[in-house]
Write a protein that binds this ligand. Structure first.
Ligand SMILES: *[C@@H]1O[C@H](CO)[C@@H](O)[C@H](O)[C@H]1NC(C)=O
Ligand SMILES: *[C@@H]1O[C@H](CO)[C@@H](O)[C@H](O)[C@H]1NC(C)=O
Ligand SMILES: *[C@@H]1O[C@H](CO)[C@@H](O)[C@H](O)[C@H]1NC(C)=O
Ligand SMILES: *[C@@H]1O[C@H](CO)[C@@H](O)[C@H](O)[C@H]1NC(C)=O
Ligand SMILES: *[C@@H]1O[C@H](CO)[C@@H](O)[C@H](O)[C@H]1NC(C)=O
Ligand SMILES: *[C@@H]1O[C@H](CO)[C@@H](O)[C@H](O)[C@H]1NC(C)=O
Ligand SMILES: *[C@@H]1O[C@H](CO)[C@@H](O)[C@H](O)[C@H]1NC(C)=O
Ligand SMILES: *[C@@H]1O[C@H](CO)[C@@H](O)[C@H](O)[C@H]1NC(C)=O
Length: 461
């Protein structure tokens, strides 16, 4: 809304406009996580971010060394109140004041602190009384920010897409009922009143990985395709998955009576590696996605989304580094634009000035399109025996190679035989609607389990 109009007004008003004007200009930032024991120092990191042409930084705390290092640069920064302080801050203005006085005031305005995020993805944790203290804590922090005259700082909190119970079609976007009235509604009221943003972490990667056969990979990677999806209710037409996800939030906010709160894409990204069988996690896809994100959000004039055409959506790419101390699956440690030694995982220019076609060509991944269906870890052996005989009873000679004398008979293990049977069954029966599930006994993998002369049948994405 009004991007062009306000730009015109601001340029007529020439100088006093620099702050509002800055907010309207697209800028890409980078999330600077520090969960690694081998990462460069803050000041070296700031130089690396500048070399990437990043314009903003998001940190997951208030590391004073980072806040000092950005002084004298144009980098704007987003800082964070730790999750565990939320309960106490929510009921204690003195504590909020103290926190802001200690962590923010000494660095402002020399450090361009622009966003103060209260907690990180609080509503993604298991049900917990902290949920209901989040908005009161945001209000207290905002009072402190006003008290100390930190006028350029917006207060918000980043949520993940699991704040929604429905996101498809986008027009059906609806916040989860367990938080809708007690958390989200007062939060939207706060964000609207303070002209802040709805900060959201959106990963098309996780959506795609959970349904790789239903969602086209290029659609999730923001590649130009001829695939479109038209929302039957809104009539809006989508050309990529990220727009669909962002608009689901726009519709969810609208449903609660807040159609105009701006979106801030507080995290997005794609892993460049992971455990060997982690689907779609490779340099080719990571580079493709992140370059397309830069192109989309740096476009002039701004593109926005189908529900918000022309809107500027400030964006932070996750993450600066591969962080070797992040818990979880291997992909979690491979979201970085840079290796810990500071070299690029793949070339990327966050300014948007490098055309996607100007980058050197990327090696296509060895396997970007095949899946196998194998036994899930910890599968119940009794149930597995039943599933094996079911899989072998379907289709056309599905299990011949695991019969005595067959190429996959040895080693004669239940897990190996069942994995073969699942892959074979799925490859044959998928066209008829079969899935790789077997009540949770099976999982899809993208690493070929074949060995020696034993070749497992696969399914193409
Ligand atoms: C509740 O959530 C907060 C914030 O995410 C977390 O720090 C805390 O450990 C959780 N408490 C319990 C009892 O799970
Ligand atoms: C509020 O926080 C201040 C500063 O940490 C502390 O001294 C005070 O005891 C707290 N008040 C209550 C009621 O907990
Ligand atoms: C819309 O969302 C509701 C939950 O909020 C869900 O029950 C319903 O199935 C969704 N509609 C469609 C068409 O997916
Ligand atoms: C949101 O903010 C706008 C502008 O300040 C105001 O006109 C509108 O009434 C607010 N919406 C709600 C639902 O409070
Ligand atoms: C889209 O369709 C046009 C015309 O059918 C075709 O020339 C073009 O190659 C297609 N583009 C992609 C990316 O598939
Ligand atoms: C940096 O680390 C990566 C990944 O470990 C490695 O491939 C690359 O060669 C290293 N570069 C330098 C300059 O050491
Ligand atoms: C394993 O599966 C069998 C057959 O489905 C079931 O009877 C048994 O309770 C299961 N065992 C465990 C430990 O879940
Ligand atoms: C079964 O598979 C064999 C080859 O493996 C093929 O010759 C035959 O036509 C198939 N039969 C049916 C009914 O699909």
């Amino acid at each position: 809304m009004g991007v062009f109009a306000s730009f015109l007004v601001l340029s007529l008003l020439s100088f006093s406009a620099s702050f509002s004007c800055g907010e309207m200009q697209p800028k890409i930032g980078v999330c600077y996580g520090e969960l690694g024991n081998n990462l460069p120092t803050p000041s070296a990191s700031i130089q690396l971010i500048q070399k990437l042409n990043g314009k903003r930084i998001k940190i997951y705390g208030t590391n004073p060394k980072i806040l000092k290092s950005i002084q004298g640069t144009d980098l704007q920064i987003s800082i964070m109140v730790p999750n565990n302080l939320i309960p106490d801050i929510s009921t204690n203005q003195t504590l909020a004041d103290q926190w802001v006085q200690t962590n923010v005031v000494p660095f402002y305005p020399e450090s361009k602190i622009r966003y103060l995020l209260v907690g990180n993805e609080i509503l993604s944790n298991p049900p917990n009384t902290t949920w209901f203290k989040l908005v009161p804590a945001m209000r207290k922090i905002r009072s402190s920010v006003k008290k100390y005259g930190l006028h350029k700082i917006k207060v918000g909190t980043p949520l993940a897409m699991d704040a929604l119970e429905s996101s498809f079609p986008p027009s059906n976007g609806t916040f989860r009922s367990d938080v809708r009235e007690k958390v989200i509604r007062p939060m939207l009221h706060f964000l609207n009143r303070t002209k802040s943003f709805f900060f959201v972490d959106v990963y098309t990667y996780f959506a795609w990985v959970s349904q790789p056969l239903q969602i086209n990979l290029d659609y999730a990677l923001l590649q130009p395709t001829n695939i479109t999806y038209t929302d039957p209710v809104s009539g809006l037409t989508y050309t990529n998955l990220l727009d669909q996800m962002l608009d689901a939030l726009v519709f969810a906010m609208k449903r609660l009576g807040y159609p105009d709160i701006r979106l801030f894409l507080a995290e997005t990204g794609w892993p460049s590696g992971g455990d060997p069988d982690q689907l779609g996690a490779n340099i080719y896809n990571a580079a493709t996605y992140n370059r397309n994100v830069v192109k989309k959000f740096m476009a002039k004039p701004p593109i926005g989304t189908p529900a918000r055409p022309g809107a500027v959506i400030p964006t932070m790419i996750f993450a600066l580094y591969n962080e070797n101390q992040k818990p979880g699956p291997g992909t979690e440690r491979n979201f970085g634009l840079l290796y810990p030694n500071g070299s690029h995982v793949y070339p990327i220019d966050l300014s948007g000035k490098t055309q996607v076609s100007d980058y050197p060509p990327l090696a296509k991944p060895a396997n970007n399109g095949k899946l196998w269906c194998v036994v899930a870890e910890g599968a119940n052996k009794t149930a597995l025996t039943g599933a094996l005989s079911y899989a072998c009873s379907q289709g056309n000679r599905t299990c011949d190679p695991i019969q005595p004398g067959g190429k996959c008979y040895k080693p004669n293990s239940l897990i190996k035989h069942a994995s073969y049977a699942f892959s074979s069954y799925w490859a044959q029966m998928r066209a008829a609607g079969a899935t790789c599930s077997f009540s949770g006994l099976a999982v899809m993998i993208s690493k070929d389990p074949s060995y020696g002369a034993c070749k497992y049948p696969s399914v193409n994405l």
